[in-house]
Ligand binder design. Structure first.
Ligand SMILES: [Zn+2]
Length: 360
C-alpha cells in the first residue's frame, strides 16, 4: 500500500455480499469527478445492474475483468440522482453496451439529459443557449462569483463541462417511489439533496443503498438551487425511522467508507445535525461580520465543517473550486434562513463587474 493513501483509494473493489460488489472511486487528489461509490448487483447467472456509475474507470475495468463480467452483461444502470459524480461513466457504459437501460427518477431526468438544466441547478446560473461553449460556461460561473478562476480550477471545471457536454444523451425510463426494480430493489424517493434523489431498498436482507444520505464526515448538503434543506431533513428522518423499525440494517452509501452496519441511528443523527450546524454557523458568521459577500461566507463556513480535508484547506486552488461549487448551495441555505426570518437581507451587488451578494 502506498503511504498516505487509504485502502479505499488503492483497492479496486470490495465484496459486500456474494451478489454485491462495491467499486471504488478515484483518489481525491485527482480532483476529477469519478468520486462516487458504485455498486454492481448480480441479477441472475449472467446479468448485472449497476448503481451510480461514478467510480474510477480503471477500477471498473479491473472489477469486471477479475469477476469475468462483460459490459454486455450489465443490463441496467440505476441512477440515484443526476449529479456528475454519480454518472461519470454513464457514456462509457452506453458506448460499450448500447442495449443498456438507463433509469432515473422523473424529477432528475432533465439534469442527466440536458447540460444547461444541470449547470443551472448546480451553479445557479441562468439557462444558456443549447450547445453552450466552454467559454460561456466559465463566464456564467463567474456571474455569481468574484473568483479569478485560475488554470487548475478551469481544468477541474472542464471535466464537469465535458461530462455534460454530450448531445442526445437519453435515459430509457423513469422510476417513482414504491417501484421495484430488477434485483428486488424498491425505490424510496428521498428528495432534498436533489428533487428526484432516490434510495434503493432490498427488503429481503435489509440493505439500503442510500445515495447522498452518505453519513460521511463532510455532512449533509443540498445541491445548488434545486436542493431543499427541509426536504432533506425529512428524508434523513425517514431513514432513521426505517432503522428504528428494523427495515434497514446495512447502509451502502454513495460516498465514504462502506458498508455501514453499526451505530446507524447515531450516525444518521450526526449527519442530520450537520445541516442545523451549518445554518447556525452562517447566522453566527453574519452576526460577527455585519455583512459579507457570498464567496467569503462560503469559504468560512466550509473551513468550519470540512475538517476532514484539512490538508486541502491550505491549497488556494482547492478552496476556490469549493467556493465555485458550493456558493449556490450556500445561497439556497441563506434563502431558506431568510424565509424563516432568521436573516434580514440578501442583496445582489456588483464588485469588479462580477455579481456578488451582501448578506446581513
Ligand atoms: Zn450528489
Amino acid at each position: 500500500m502506498i503511504s498516505g493513501h487509504s485502502k479505499r483509494e488503492t483497492q479496486a473493489y470490495s465484496v459486500i455480499k456474494e451478489d454485491i460488489l462495491l467499486i471504488h472511486q478515484d483518489s481525491m487528489e485527482t480532483m476529477n469527478f469519478n468520486s462516487c461509490n458504485c455498486y454492481l448487483i448480480k441479477l441472475d447467472e449472467k446479468d448485472y445492474a449497476i448503481i451510480d456509475p461514478g467510480c474510477s474507470r480503471r477500477k471498473l475495468n479491473i472489477t469486471l475483468k477479475n469477476n469475468n463480467i462483460n459490459y454486455q452483461n450489465i443490463k441496467y444502470i440505476y441512477i440515484t440522482h443526476g449529479h456528475s459524480d454519480h454518472i461519470a461513466l454513464l457514456d462509457l457504459l452506453y458506448k460499450k453496451n448500447p442495449n443498456i437501460e438507463i433509469l432515473i427518477h422523473e424529477q432528475d431526468k432533465k439534469y442527466v439529459e440536458d447540460s444547461n438544466e444541470y449547470y443551472q441547478m448546480l451553479f445557479n446560473i441562468p439557462l444558456m443557449e443549447k450547445e453552450t461553449k466552454y467559454k460561456d460556461f466559465i463566464n456564467a460561473i463567474n456571474y455569481y462569483t468574484i473568483s479569478n478562476s485560475n488554470q487548475v480550477i478551469k481544468n477541474s471545471f472542464k471535466l464537469i463541462f465535458d461530462v455534460w457536454n454530450i448531445k442526445d444523451r437519453k435515459v430509457n425510463d423513469t422510476f417513482k417511489d414504491g417501484d421495484v426494480l430488477p434485483g428486488d430493489l424498491k425505490i424510496i424517493h428521498a428528495p432534498g439533496h436533489t428533487p428526484g434523489m432516490c434510495m434503493l431498498l432490498r427488503e429481503r436482507d435489509n440493505i439500503l443503498f442510500s445515495s447522498d444520505i452518505h453519513l460521511s464526515k463532510t455532512g449533509a448538503y443540498i445541491s445548488g438551487n434545486a436542493g431543499n434543506v427541509y426536504q432533506l431533513k425529512k428524508s434523513i428522518n425517514a431513514v432513521i425511522t426505517m432503522v428504528e423499525e428494523g427495515t434497514v440494517k446495512m447502509i451502502l452509501s454513495g460516498h465514504g467508507k462502506n458498508p455501514i452496519t453499526t451505530d446507524l441511528k447515531r450516525r444518521l443523527l450526526t449527519f442530520l445535525e450537520t445541516l442545523t450546524y451549518k445554518e447556525n454557523q452562517l447566522i453566527e458568521l453574519l452576526q460577527a461580520h455585519g455583512s459579507m459577500n457570498l464567496n467569503d461566507i462560503t469559504k468560512e463556513t466550509f473551513k468550519l465543517y470540512l475538517k476532514r480535508f484539512k490538508k486541502y484547506l491550505t491549497n488556494p486552488d482547492f478552496m476556490e473550486t469549493i467556493v465555485i461549487a458550493e456558493a449556490s448551495d450556500m445561497m439556497t441555505n441563506l434563502n431558506s434562513l431568510k424565509e424563516l426570518e432568521r436573516l434580514n437581507k440578501i442583496k445582489q451587488i456588483s464588485i469588479n463587474n462580477h455579481n456578488s451578494w451582501i448578506i446581513t
